[in-house]
Ligand binder design. Structure first.
Ligand SMILES: NC(=O)c1ccc[n+]([C@@H]2O[C@H](COP(=O)([O-])OP(=O)(O)OC[C@H]3O[C@@H](n4cnc5c(N)ncnc54)[C@H](OP(=O)(O)O)[C@@H]3O)[C@@H](O)[C@H]2O)c1
Length: 246
């Protein structure tokens, strides 16, 4: 594969799981990479093409600092991926603590708003196009008992992305809300640790594990980078579901 050091990708929530998988694909293609999470991502330590930072997406100032530092290091950001997300609290809404639901929405929805805002303003500060990818889920369009906060947050991510796609098309932004499929990360381990009272569909997720019916983080990374940078892979819709793949 030809390496391309002219592109820069920024990813939130890249210390493990899907975010780390996307980051590895960026490095394989030679892209400049800015990554953050609440714990500093280890990937690319000592590599001048990688900027790794601690940032909490619930804090607007952290996200803006992450954006500013990436622009300072690499000149501009071509693709911004809001990947940071959590699943807790899991269980019937009637049993959920509102503080936990607030924390959840602060990460999964407000965090996406913060990243989207920083990137939209960055694009307006420079010439040329840019791509926004917000990581959604099948839970944005389907109701899963026990996942009230998660379903609400991801549905919000889809709508927020559709709005920004309209608002920012004139500034050269292409925006997508992408459900990545099912990937065997810490989030899936957490799902499998649930009781059927908390999450009635838990058995299906044990079956997925037994069948190894997961997409790989590498496949997700390759697919997202193709959507962003390969004209032939551009979806027509803002809200997209990836097929499964290894
Ligand atoms: N796995 C799946 O099957 C699946 C399916 C559909 C959608 N998704 C979505 O894909 C995304 C990644 O999920 P994953 O499965 O890779 O989960 P994961 O392995 O638990 O990774 C989540 C990442 O988000 C970061 N993060 C969490 N809270 C953060 C905060 N406040 N600020 C900054 N970073 C934060 C975590 O790092 P720190 O803890 O160090 O901050 C970690 O790097 C999520 O948006 C999830 O909803 C996953």
């Amino acid at each position: 594969m030809t390496k391309d050091s002219t592109k820069t990708v920024a990813i939130t929530g890249a210390s493990r799981g899907i975010g780390a998988g996307i980051a590895e694909q960026c490095l394989a293609r030679g892209y400049n990479l800015a990554i953050c999470a609440r714990s500093k991502p280890e990937l690319g330590a000592g590599n001048a093409q990688v900027l790794s930072m601690v940032a909490d997406v619930t804090k607007e100032e952290d996200v803006q600092r992450f954006c500013n530092e990436a622009v300072k290091r690499f000149g501009q950001i071509d693709l911004w991926i809001n990947n940071a997300g959590i699943l807790k609290p899991i269980g019937p809404l009637r049993n959920c603590e509102s503080a936990e639901v607030e924390t959840h929405l602060n990460i999964n929805l407000l965090g996406v708003f913060h990243g989207t805002k920083s990137f939209a303003n960055h694009l307006r500060s420079r010439d040329g196009e840019g791509v926004l990818i917000n990581i959604s889920s099948g839970a944005s369009t389907s109701a899963y008992e026990g996942w009230g906060a998660y379903c609400a947050g991801k549905a919000g991510v889809d709508r927020l992305t559709e709005v920004v796609a309209l608002e920012e098309s004139e500034s050269g932004m292409r925006a997508y809300s992408i459900a990545p499929g099912i990937i065997d990360t810490d989030m899936q381990s957490l799902i499998r640790s649930c009781s059927a009272d908390q999450f009635p569909m838990v058995e299906k997720f044990h079956e997925l594990k037994a069948d190894d019916a997961f997409s790989s983080p590498e496949f997700v990374g390759r697919s997202l980078l193709d959507i962003a940078f390969d004209e032939a892979a551009r979806p027509d819709e803002v809200c997209v579901r990836l097929p499964s793949g290894k």
